[in-house]
Every structure is written in C-alpha cells, then in structure tokens.
Design a binder for this molecule. Structure first.
Ligand code: DP6
Length: 393
C-alpha cells in the first residue's frame, strides 16, 4: 500500500551575537572562514525561529522543496539552501541504504514552514537562527544520529554564523584547516548555566536591511584590506584565547575588554576596506560613548558593546549591574520606546547622567530595545506549523 503519511518534526533555534567576530571567507563555496569566532547564544524566550520540516510521498514532485517564512514563500533555489538540503538528504539516504525497512524520506519533497518570534522591524539578522532551525528540523525529521557539531558543518554552509546557533551558552566556531571543511565546525565552550548572569541589551538604531551584506562586505575586506591580515593572523587568535579564559573564569572585565576590542578591530578592517564600508552610524557611536561613561562612573568595566554588520548596538552586562547599565539607557531613551520589560526596569533609578550630545542621539535614534540574556540551544517541540494533512497551520 502506498505510504500517505505526512512526516513532521519541529524545532526552535536561537540567535547568537559574536564577541569575537567571524569576518572573511577562505573558501566562499564551502563557507570556510579565515578565522575562528566565538558567540553568546541569546534566550529563545525573546529571539527564536520555530521551524517545522515535513515530507511526504503525497507532496507533488512538481512542487519541489519549499519554505514558507513568516507567511511568505521563500526562495530555496539558492546555492546555500540547496547545499543544506543536499547534505541532509545524503545522510538520510545512507541510513535508508543500510536499513531497507526505513521509509524513503530522502526521495520525498520537503515542505518547511518557519516563523520568528521577533518582528522583522527589530532589524536583527535572522539568518543564523533560520539556518540552524532548518538544519536541526530536517535532521530530526530524518532521524539522523548526527551530533550538534556534525550538524553545525551543514548549517555553516547556509550561513557561517548559523553554525554557532546549534548550541546554547558560549560557543566557538573553530575555523579548521582541512580543504574540504570537515574540521570547520562549532563546539560549546561553556553551557549557559556556567555563567547564567550574562545579559544583553540590544539598541535598535535602524531596522532597515543592511546596506552592504555580510557576505559581500567580508569578501571586499579580504580582497582589499591590509589591516585584515593583522587581524586574522594575530588579533583574533589572541582574542579567542583571552575570551575562552575570561569565560572559564567568569571574568566580566576581561570578557568585556575583548568583546569591545574585537568589535573595534572588525569595524577598523571595514574602514580599511577599499572603498570603505561603514556599518556604525552616529547613534552607534553614541552607544559606545555611553558604555564608556557607564564604566567610568562605575570605576570598573560593567558593560561591553559590540556591533555586527549594521548600526544596532548589543550591550552585554551582568544581572547585578542592571540598574547602572539598563537604568542609564532607560532614562535617556525613554519609556515610550518599545521593548522595555516591566520586570527589568521597574524601580530602576537613574544612577548617572550622560553627555547631552550622546543622550540626544540615543533618544532620537533608538527605535526599539530588546532585553535578553544568555540562553539554550535548539529545542525539539510538538508545536507544528504544518498540519497532519501537510497544509500550513
Ligand atoms: C558580523 O554569517 O551573516 O555578524 O556566512 O556570508 O552568511 P555568511 O555571513 P554571516 O556573517 C556574520 C558576520 C558578523 C559576525 C559574526 O556573527 O561572527
């Protein structure tokens, strides 16, 4: 009898924000990086992608593989998504070859439905959570015995930073040296529970799609920046070592210094790209000045800024310093801006005042904030975005 089952699996996956940045590819096709990187996985209560992967012999072959993202059909014909599908299918096909009693899921079209729990207007790159969820969901659907590190090699081919979203806590992407990419994968440096007090305040300075994409920006940097060589040969290896030590010892001051220096180093190589690339704007620079003022007033380093390929600031701090860090930004930016959590801000007193120019840039330029913290890796769920009959639900 023909198999009419709709096979389904659902997972969530988190966003991660690097504290030692990935910037540069040594092999654009396999998406192999020029340097290792390290990130903090953020809590899925605030930022996550939920993906259901399904497949069935009843799905018309003419339809091919498909992905519905936030309710809109999304193109899956790109080389990156195709690479992920190909690798996952090959692993499933190997299982089916070894055990002929298994249903031939590798031959069925895939239907994926995916949703983010944060608005696109948050201006956050969601490709890391998106590809991590896609790979984890299909791996669950295919019942692959692969470890998160194995799966990270597949997610890496979707988007480099996605490989780090296969784990929770503190995560390294080891650049590896093999030409085929077999040793370029993520591993967990420490669980979220090792240092659970880590918090992040995200200041959204622009929700617009970034001017120069990471993919093309990093290619231009590799091709034209002299400073970049110094970064990948000396700066990043040192930062990786210092960062792993800071995390092992829960040394926030060291964590913060490496985070800020590495962000500065990455943006310096962008400025050294020819023609130069500028991701930060006046609001970003005001956020840097504010963090410096907060640290100076505290007499120790209690906050650390970092910026990806866009103007939004991510500020790491420890829970015990919420009043000095979040309180200062809250009183400057104002409560009318979306995203402040009552549970975090209630009772926070202004502990210091900022320079007027810095304050007015932040007040005028921050359109939304996100309060979150370190969190867990992908989680299986029985919430399905595809109904038992295969239709989106
Ligand atoms: C600045 O992972 O988006 O956020 O591999 O081309 O998809 P592709 O790039 P992507 O680059 C992220 C760059 C970064 C730093 C980081 O996350 O490490």
């Amino acid at each position: 009898m023909a198999d009419t089952t709709v096979y389904r699996a659902s997972t969530t996956a988190p966003v991660n924000i690097a504290v030692v940045k990935y910037w540069g590819k040594r092999d654009p096709k396999l998406n192999l990086p020029t340097n290792s990187s390290l990130s903090v996985t953020l809590s899925q209560a605030d930022l996550r992608t939920l993906t259901t992967a399904s497949c069935s012999a009843t799905y018309p072959a003419s339809e091919g593989d498909s992905l519905l993202l936030n309710g809109e059909p999304s193109d899956v014909s790109g080389a990156r998504t195709q690479a992920c599908f190909r690798e996952l299918r090959a692993r499933r096909a190997a299982l089916e070859a070894a055990d002929p009693s298994l249903p031939k899921l590798s031959t069925f079209p895939l239907r994926l439905v995916s949703e983010n729990n944060f608005p696109t207007a948050a201006g956050l790159a969601s490709s890391a959570a998106g590809f991590a969820a896609l790979v984890r969901a299909v791996a669950n659907l295919y019942e692959l015995p692969a470890s998160p590190s194995e799966l990270s090699k597949i997610a890496r081919q979707g988007s480099g930073s996605a490989c780090r979203s296969l784990f929770g806590g503190y995560v390294a992407w080891r650049m590896g040296s093999a030409a085929d990419g077999s040793d370029s994968m993520a591993d967990q440096v420490a669980e979220a529970a090792h240092w659970p007090e880590m918090r992040a305040l995200i200041l959204v300075a622009s929700a617009a799609k970034k001017g120069v994409s990471s993919t093309s920006g990093m290619q231009q940097t590799v091709a034209t920046s002299g400073l970049f060589q110094e970064r990948i040969t000396r700066v990043v290896p040192e930062n990786m070592e210092r960062m792993e030590k800071a995390i092992a010892e829960r040394d926030f001051a060291a964590f913060a210094e490496v985070t800020m220096r590495d962000s500065n180093s990455f943006h310096a190589t962008c400025a050294d790209t020819y023609p130069p690339i500028f991701y930060m704007n006046d609001v970003s620079r005001a956020a840097i000045r504010a963090v410096e003022a907060i640290n100076a007033a505290a007499g120790r380093t209690i906050a650390a800024y970092t910026f990806d390929a866009g103007p939004n600031a991510v500020i790491y701090y420890l829970e015990k310093d919420t009043e000095a860090v979040v309180g200062t930004f809250y009183h400057v930016i104002g409560g009318e801006v979306e995203g402040w959590k009552r549970s975090v801000i209630s009772g926070l007193k202004p502990t210091m005042s900022l320079d007027e120019g810095v304050a007015s840039l932040l007040k005028g330029g921050v359109s939304r904030v996100i309060l979150t913290g370190v969190g867990e890796g992908p989680e299986k769920t029985d919430q399905y975005l595809v109904a038992e009959d295969g239709s989106p639900s």
